[in-house]
Structure formats: C-alpha cells, structure tokens
Design a protein around this ligand. Structure first.
Ligand SMILES: Cc1ncc(COP(=O)(O)O)c(C=O)c1O
Length: 444
C-alpha cells in the first residue's frame, strides 16, 4: 500500500533539518538570475561569466584524445590497449595530466612545480571545496576573502562551515590594513585567520588587478600573521603579457601560496577540469613527509574519486597541441576577450557619457567591469531591466558577503559578440536613464 501526504508519518523535511548552506542567499540570487534569463530569452545578458559560445564550434574532443593517446605512446611507451584502459578506467585521484600542467606553469610563468604537488580537480570549484575542507580544522578557524568575492568560493566556505571574514577590495586589490586588523581581532577573540582568498588577476566580479607592490605586502602580512594565501588564477590569461605582474606563487619565499587554476575559460568549461598546486609540507610523526596535495587527493577520493580521465585526456591533448602553453593555446580567445572588453568600455563612454551620476571602473583585462548607480541595485531591479529594457546584468549585491546595500552592478563581456555588446549597452543606457530619473520604480 503506498503512503501519501495524508499519512501523518509521510516524510516532509523542514529547512532546519538540512545544512545551513542550502538556505544561503547567494544560491537563491544565482538561481533567480538564471530564471530571469530563461524568462526573457531575448534580453541581451551581460550576466554570465561564461566563455564565448562560438569557441566551442571548433572543438573536436576525439582529436584531442588521440593527441593525448599519442603522447602516452611516445612518452610512456604504452600500448593502445593500455592507453584505452587508462582513459576509460577509474584513475589516480591526483590526476593524469599533472606533468602537463606543471609544464604549463613552467613555460608560461617560469614557476617550477613538482607534478606530485598538483591535484587535477573537477573544475576549480572542486579545488576550492577540497582545500577549504582540509584547512578548516575547527570553529576557531576563519577565512578572509576579498569583498566583493567570487560566489563559488563563498559557497564552498559555507559548505564546510568556514566562517568568512570579508575584507574590502580596493584599487590595489585588497585593503591590507583592514586585513591585518582582522587578523589581530581574530587572535584577540581566540580565533585565527587561517587563509586569505584573492583573485589578483582581474578578479570576479570587479576586474581588479593587484599590483606587484600589494602582492609583496600581502606575502609579508601572511608571514607576520601566519596565514595561507589562496591565489585564484582564473582570468590571468587575459592579462597583457608585457604588463604581466608575477604570480603571488612566484614571489612566495615562505611557501604560503596555494594556487588554483582552471581550463574552463581557456579550453572548455564542459570538460570540468581545474587544478590546485598545494606543495606545503605536512609534518608527520612517523617521519614520512607528505605535501598538502596528498591530503587533498585523499579527500577527493571521498568526493569525486578522480577527475574524469576522458576529460583530462581532452584537455591534455589541447595542451600538447600548443606545446603546453596556455598563452599560445588561448591566444585567439584572449584577443577576442580583450577586444570585447575594449568594446564594453568604449561603449560605456559613448552611451553613458552624458549620465554623470553613473560611474564605472576600467579594468585592463578579465571578463568584468563594475558600474555604480546613484541608487541601490538588487535582483528585482535586474528583473525590471530584463523585462522592460531587454538587458540583463548581475547585481553586485550577489558578491558582497556582508549583506550591505550595494549600488553597483557587474557587466560581463565574455559571452557576447561585439554587436551584442553594443546593442546591450544601448538598451542599458535607456534603462539607466529611466532609473536614474525615477525616484521609485514599481517593480511587478
Ligand atoms: C574567479 C573564479 N574562480 C573559479 C571559477 C570556477 O571555475 P570552474 O569552472 O573551473 O569551476 C570561476 C568561474 O567562473 C571564477 O570566476
């Protein structure tokens, strides 16, 4: 006999029965934005930080798997059967293409890494989750993050109950005085800032580039206050090579930086391949030395077991085809994104020049720019913009951890063609003229 809702023992869960992260407002905000996009398919959307879709048209996954298979034959003398088994079987939790990633870091950054200190993860997102899970050893541990911050990091912190301390982002990347004060305050309360998350190369959401002087000062602060720096390199490939500031990890003389990377924006997000470089030694009573990557790989066996070897083979093939240089691999894409950003910033000047109440920043790379309005900006205003003006964007309030009223919105230029950017800005200018002239809007 099947039970039904009339059965008093028919199970219905209360939100309070579930982990607090499920109620997280940032999850709701992201879902809301996705819903608006679905409801207004003709709206031009500056919301997604996703790669330009036409880049996928040329990807031939089989071709790249073949290149990777050839590489295995030539470098490891594997037979075709061994290669097929390697690509289709469960694999090592640390990953298969660690040597290739290590070559990328050496070629593009001059950074020498032991492939054994790298874990290949299911996107950068899994790397964040594993790292935060490993670092939070108790309720006294805090993680400081730039505020506003990438939502995936905040979400990962909430999943593992890591208490987040927001530190204002400024033009230099992070307010170091505030960070040092937060370290002192934590310690005065018997707590400890264990790690600090930054995305120094054109951060998501604001596109800020951290200058070398701040990177050096952050590293000094890390030594002084004994914290780990989590360096997210997602948008680094878009930096102009000649003006490239060094990786924090390259400047790091005390081995405090854990580096996060992804192939989502340079190769394809569909492969879901990212990585973490975690070469910090772990003292072990038995005299055996491990590195943090060993422990992350152990945790990974309980989360995703291993990153899909098929997907790793695709990314591996793409890397080999470009001699393990992301600079070379993503050259055309970088040009498109830089052109799109130019087009976005130029268009803002043209369309909004006569709206002095609206201001914006001028990032030199990355996917994002941020616009400041003379009125609060939230999800309902975004819905109104999509409904009435056919243009969508992301409220910056989604990225602020402290729940402050935000007057900013994020515009992403990666997902659109130049023509769409231009038309989108035209629509945005109509929307902005309307809302900056209207004291109160009745939003349905
Ligand atoms: C700053 C930043 N870090 C990490 C990621 C996540 O990358 P992945 O798709 O590899 O999980 C993103 C994705 O947009 C991002 O913007």
């Amino acid at each position: 006999m099947s039970a039904g809702p009339s059965d008093p023992l028919f199970l219905e869960l209360e939100p309070a029965d579930l982990h607090g992260s499920i109620q997280d407002p940032s999850l709701e905000a992201v879902n809301f934005l996705n819903e608006i996009m679905l409801r207004h398919p003709d709206a031009i959307s500056f919301a997604p930080g996703a790669p330009y879709p036409a880049f996928f048209d040329e990807i031939d996954a089989g071709h790249y798997i073949d290149i990777y298979a050839d590489h295995l034959k030539n470098t490891r003398a594997l037979t075709p059967r061994q290669i097929i088994r390697m690509v289709h079987q469960y694999g090592p939790s640390k990953g298969l293409i660690n040597d290739l990633i290590s070559r990328v870091l050496s070629q593009d950054e001059g950074l020498i890494t032991d492939p054994g200190s790298i874990v290949v993860t299911v996107g950068c997102q899994e790397a964040m989750f594993l790292l935060l899970r490993a670092l939070r050893s108790g309720p006294g541990d805090l993680i400081a993050v730039v505020n506003p911050c990438y939502v995936g990091l905040i979400g990962a912190a909430r999943l593992v109950d890591f208490e987040v301390v927001p530190i204002d982002e400024n033009n230099e990347g992070i307010d170091l005085d505030q960070l040092k004060e937060a370290c002192r305050a934590a310690s005065a309360n018997g707590k400890r800032i264990k790690a600090v998350y930054v995305a120094p190369d054109h951060s998501n959401p604001s596109g800020t580039l951290m200058p070398t002087s701040t990177r050096l000062a952050l590293l000094e602060a890390a030594k002084l206050h004994d914290f780990i720096i989590i360096e997210d390199t997602t948008y680094r490939f878009t930096s102009a090579q000649e003006s490239n500031t060094p990786l924090l990890k390259s400047l790091d003389s005390s081995n405090r930086v854990v580096l996060l990377g992804t192939f989502a924006k340079t190769c394809t997000p569909g492969a879901r391949v990212g990585y973490i470089v975690a070469d910090q030694a772990i003292r072990n009573g038995s005299g055996r030395t491990k590195v943090l990557a060993d422990e992350l790989a152990a945790l990974k066996t309980m989360v995703t077991v291993n990153t899909s070897p098929i997907c790793q083979a695709i990314i591996g093939g793409m890397l080999i085809e470009h001699d393990c240089s992301i600079r070379r691999l993503a050259e055309t894409k970088t040009k498109v994104y830089r052109k799109n950003l130019e087009c976005l910033l130029g268009g803002l000047e043209r369309y909004l020049g006569e709206l002095p109440q609206v201001t914006w920043n001028r990032p030199k790379g990355g996917f994002f720019a941020s616009l400041r309005l003379p009125r609060p900006v939230d999800s309902s205003l975004a819905a109104f913009s999509a409904q009435q003006f056919g243009v969508l964007w992301t409220p910056m309030s989604n990225f602020y951890i402290d729940g402050r009223t935000s007057y900013e919105l994020r515009l992403s230029c990666s997902y659109l063609s130049e023509h769409q950017i231009d038309e989108g800005l035209n629509r945005l200018s109509h929307f902005l003229r309307h809302v900056t002239n209207t004291a109160r809007i009745d939003i349905a």
